[in-house]
Design a protein. Structure first.
Length: 997
């Protein structure tokens, strides 16, 4: 074969290899390659790291259309040390090798066949895996030439239309096989529709494979069919131009008289009996390009004594098929890389590539890298650096403010996570929450693979049924609420593929499948996913894409409805209405949502949102064809939480209502009658509401796509806003949010809170220290109750300070809110316990051990029961919000604290009245000491209880409302006074404490 063809194939294979797309690999020893049309590979290409069980897998994009051909060139050292094997696969599993095939897979076959220089195979499978042996021997002893030897060639051939390039490669393979005549190889491959002409031109650079055309579609021929030869016909080796063909075909003739008239013919030297015959020609002196070959003969003694005449050594020119490498050419230098250090002086490098062409394919002389010094600003101070942190099962290395740190996703996901180091207004660096927008869980990736398998099915019915199974599996996954922000984007993509497949297959899903689809969307749009959506939409506007997918699915369902038929679906976060009306006669005006339907959730039943579409709006344009558009499909969707998830408006406005979408197909003519939309407010304290419509024509939705020109805002009611709009689209109400104080996201509580909590804690700690010092003199039931009461207040103060940090995760914030709920209630309960103890002292009942245990049950057990019931019913929903770590003001969870606290205060007041009357009556307590202790307990309860109520009420206001500093100052005052009053009443004014000195 001439030198041009291999060079052409090498260039094409290099270009093909540059377009490789490989799937994520579990390790450096296993790889998956896709998109390969042709390639020749060496051990270095396939296995950069040699270890037992290494594998390289090639993907066939469509086994029904393409066939994978493989040619293995027998290399003795590769076969003896590595024993390569090939295995066809229907499915790809990265953790399996040829020595451990998955169940149902075909057995791997050896590539090294004894007695054969080549191994040819073809496969109609999804994947083709090449593996090394389980125990590679002495791999370090293999020379670099063997490791770089391209022993495997693969080719992807189209069954129906074989390209000239594919036919050329196959014919070259057959030609090389035919030349191996000394091995006794039978050459032949499967049918592909290629023809290798027998009468190819044999010029200077011609071989059999230079003149190749694909056979016609009607021809039934082998890939190596010759015209008119057979599969086993052999071609002689093409002789390069310029070689001495006569010398290659020399013949020794018998001695005969030499005539001067005959041309000179090389004959045996009959007059030289002492000379032996010539030896075989030796190996060419060079491995590439033009070289020389040598043969010799010896002169031996002869009884005739004749001297040897002629040369004993002959040399001839030889040409190798391999072209000698020519020194390559350096390309331009690349850009300078990053500095080796982030601050002060360091080094940076740049690299350049060596260009290999058909004329220059050798190595380039000179340095591939260039280094220079670089300087950076001064290193940041310690307070401007984010420290090492272990969060979400990942270690985040320290970084300077403004830098982004990347990390691998958690073990149950693939992709990369990121985290930014920010700088607070006070100049203190802190970590932002980790971003998992590019992390996809393994469960969702497997679901996507299952989707692709169903899409590969040829029958429409099977593909449609497969999509229903995918939706059911996705509903089970999203119901667990255990996913990353990147999984949300993956779910939107899966739902889009499901909807498109239904439309292409004209498949109508069942009622149960429709319900599952909408419930899956409802779970994705849950309010708990708000932070995940904010993270995900930094990568792609997933919520906007989800709206479009939902509209397409609604029209898919609507096309299957009967005329005048309607359907209502209600989920946790959606209300969907679908109806089909004839274009010629729309029955009535459209009102949405329809009240009084069975199975409606409370939020949908009590919703004040309304939509009114006059039937005159539903009219086709004059240019529309009424025969093709005989029916309107009218869909309306009320989103409960979409306003929180959509990209916010670019200005200082916010979505203050639910989002309502109307979609009608075919499109109606421009609206003359106005559409009436009435939306209730979901955010209190807003101002300047205005009606808005989502603009689907904007390509960049990162800053929101709301526009207010298409709607007229009527005079606003305090609870809802009424709009008149001139188009059917997605509607919402935008409003100005109340001005709030900027929250200190660095985690530092406000100064008033810190002062109030510090004074209260200091007073209580002094009280505990005094009681610990004189415990043996003042030990009593009242003292035990007081110590427990002080512990509950101390814990509450600490949790208030910790809860002010906005750097806490959602789970930690919910935990702090639950413990605050518990300790706030326990402080009230211990005041009630003290009142109960004074009541028992007044009536003269003996306190047994059982009674003392009841004190503990009332002080700690009752609050624990209330918190446990609240957490069980709400499933921690409402414990902690994005703005504060306390009970949410929405949903009624706050009553779980206010209700029990109010009951405790009332009971305490009743007990106080009873004890006071008993002390003031003539037939009261005769024992003066008991009477004095009961009076002291009553006086303590009457003083501490009001302060306790005022303190915790101001604490709740200070934590939940930061519009004014007043509540924080009030909490600081009440909390400080409470601590001072407790230490005064129970330490300085208590007789037992003063007597113990």
């Amino acid at each position: 074969m001439n030198t041009a063809c291999p060079l052409l194939l090498s260039v094409i294979s290099s270009l093909v290899l540059c377009s490789w797309g490989s799937s994520p690999t579990p390790s450096t020893c296993s790889a998956l390659a896709s998109g390969v049309l042709y390639g020749a590979f060496s051990l270095k290409d396939l296995f950069p790291v040699f270890s037992p069980g290494c594998s390289w897998t090639l993907e066939n994009p469509d086994p029904t259309k393409y066939t994978l051909y493989i040619k293995f060139t027998h290399e003795e050292q590769v076969c003896s040390h590595l024993s390569p094997m090939v295995q066809p696969l229907d499915h790809y599993l990265p953790n399996h090798t040829c020595n451990r095939p998955e169940e149902g897979a075909e057995k791997a076959s050896e590539l090294c066949i004894p007695g054969s220089p080549f191994t040819f195979s073809h496969f109609d499978k999804n994947f083709l895996r090449i593996c090394l042996s389980e125990q590679p021997l002495s791999i370090q002893l293999l020379p670099d030439s063997i490791l770089s030897f391209r022993f495997v060639e693969v080719l992807l051939v189209n069954h129906d239309n074989s390209s000239l390039f594919a036919c050329g490669v196959l014919c070259r393979w057959f030609e090389e096989c035919l030349r191996a005549k000394d091995w006794g190889v039978l050459c032949g491959l499967t049918q592909t529709g290629c023809t290798c002409p027998e009468t190819a031109a044999r010029g200077k650079n011609d071989t059999v494979s230079n003149s190749i055309v694909p056979a016609g579609h009607d021809s039934d021929c082998c890939v190596t069919q010759l015209l008119p030869g057979s599969n086993n016909e052999e071609y002689p080796r093409p002789i390069p131009y310029g070689e001495d063909e006569q010398e290659e075909n020399q013949k020794v003739k018998t001695q005969r008289p030499r005539s001067a008239d005959e041309p000179a013919v090389y004959m045996a030297q009959t007059g030289d009996p002492a000379a032996e015959g010539w030896s075989q020609w030796g190996v060419c002196s060079t491995t590439c390009g033009q070289g020389s070959q040598v043969r010799t003969r010896s002169c031996v003694s002869s009884p005739y004594g004749t001297l040897c005449s002629g040369p004993l050594r002959e040399t001839r020119t030889c040409n190798n098929t391999a072209t000698c490498p020519v020194e390559g050419i350096w390309l331009d230098w690349g850009p300078w890389g990053r500095c080796s250090v982030t601050c002060l002086n360091g080094t940076q490098q740049r690299t350049r590539k060596c260009s290999s062409t058909s004329q220059a394919d050798g190595e380039c002389r000179g340095q591939q890298t260039d280094t220079r010094e670089c300087s950076n600003p001064e290193c940041p101070a310690l307070h401007e650096m984010c420290k090492d942190e272990y969060v979400s099962s990942m270690t985040w290395k320290k970084a300077a403010a403004g830098e982004i740190v990347y990390n691998k996703c958690p073990p149950n996901a693939t992709g990369s996570a990121s985290r930014r180091c920010l700088l607070s207004p006070q100049g203190v660096a802190y970590w932002s929450p980790p971003s998992f927008a590019r992390c996809v869980s393994h469960d969702y990736r497997y679901l996507h693979l299952a989707l692709r398998e169903h899409l590969a099915k040829g029958q429409r019915l099977l593909a449609g049924q497969g999509m229903t199974q995918v939706v059911q599996s996705m509903l089970e996954l999203v119901s667990t609420k255990n996913y990353y922000s990147g999984d949300l984007l993956f779910c939107v993509e899966i739902l889009r593929n499901v909807t498109d497949t239904y439309k292409r297959a004209t498949y109508i899903p069942s009622i149960e499948a429709i319900q599952k689809f909408f419930h899956a969307v409802s779970h994705i749009l849950d309010a708990d996913n708000r932070e995940k959506w904010e993270d995900a939409q930094q990568v792609a506007p997933g919520s906007v894409l989800l709206m479009k997918v939902l509209e397409d699915y609604i029209h898919l369902i609507g096309d299957a409805l009967k005329p005048f038929q309607s359907s209502i679906i209600v989920t946790e976060n959606l209300v969907i209405s679908i109806q089909r009306e004839p274009v010629s006669a729309v029955s009535s005006d459209i009102n949405f949502p329809m009240k009084g339907r069975r199975g409606m959730n409370d939020w949908a039943r009590n919703s004040e949102d309304k939509l009114f579409i006059p039937k005159e709006v539903l009219t086709l344009p004059q240019a529309a064809d009424t025969e093709d558009s005989a029916y309107f499909v009218i869909g309306a969707v009320l989103y409960r939480t979409l306003g929180l998830i959509l990209p916010p408006p670019s200005n200082s406005l916010a979505v203050s209502s639910k989002v309502l979408t109307v979609t009608v197909r075919p499109l109606t003519k421009p609206v003359e009658q106005l559409v009436v939309v009435e939306l209730s407010h979901i955010i209190n304290g807003t101002s300047s509401p205005q009606c808005a419509v989502w603009d689907y024509t904007k390509s960049d939705v990162s800053s929101g796509s709301w526009e207010t020109e298409s709607c007229q805002t009527l005079p606003t009611h305090p609870s809802h806003t009424k709009c008149l709009c001139n188009q059917l689209s997605t509607f919402a109400v935008l409003a100005q949010l109340p001005k709030e104080l900027v929250m200190d996201v660095s985690g530092s509580p406000s100064v008033p809170l810190m002062i109030g909590c510090a004074v209260s804690c200091m007073a209580l700690l002094i009280l505990l220290a005094v009681y610990a010092a004189f415990w043996r003199f003042i030990r009593s039931e009242r003292s035990i109750i007081l110590l427990n009461f002080c512990l509950s207040i101390l814990a509450s103060n600490v949790l208030i300070l910790v809860g002010q940090s906005q750097a806490l995760s959602k789970a930690v914030c919910a935990l702090i809110a639950a413990f605050l709920h518990f300790f706030f209630l326990s402080s009230f309960c211990w005041v009630l316990t003290e009142a109960w103890q004074s009541y028992l002292a007044v009536i003269g009942q003996m306190r047994t051990r059982l009674v003392r245990k009841r004190f503990l049950c009332l002080g700690w057990g009752l609050p624990a029961l209330v918190v446990a019931v609240s957490v069980g019913f709400t499933r921690t929903k409402g414990y902690g919000t994005p703005h504060y770590c306390w009970l949410s003001l929405e949903g009624g969870l706050l009553y779980a604290f206010v209700g029990p606290a109010a009951v405790i205060v009332l009971v305490n007041m009743l007990i106080g009245i009873i004890v006071f009357n008993k002390l003031m009556s003539r037939d009261g307590i005769s024992d003066k000491s008991k009477k004095q202790r009961a009076g002291a307990s009553l006086w303590s309860s009457c003083v501490v209880l009001p302060l306790l109520a005022l303190t915790w009420m101001s604490a709740v206001l200070a934590m939940t409302d930061r519009r004014s500093i007043l509540f924080q100052v009030l909490f600081a005052v009440f909390n400080s006074v409470q601590g001072c009053v407790i230490i005064t009443v129970h330490c300085f004014l208590r007789r037992e404490v003063r007597a113990s000195h």
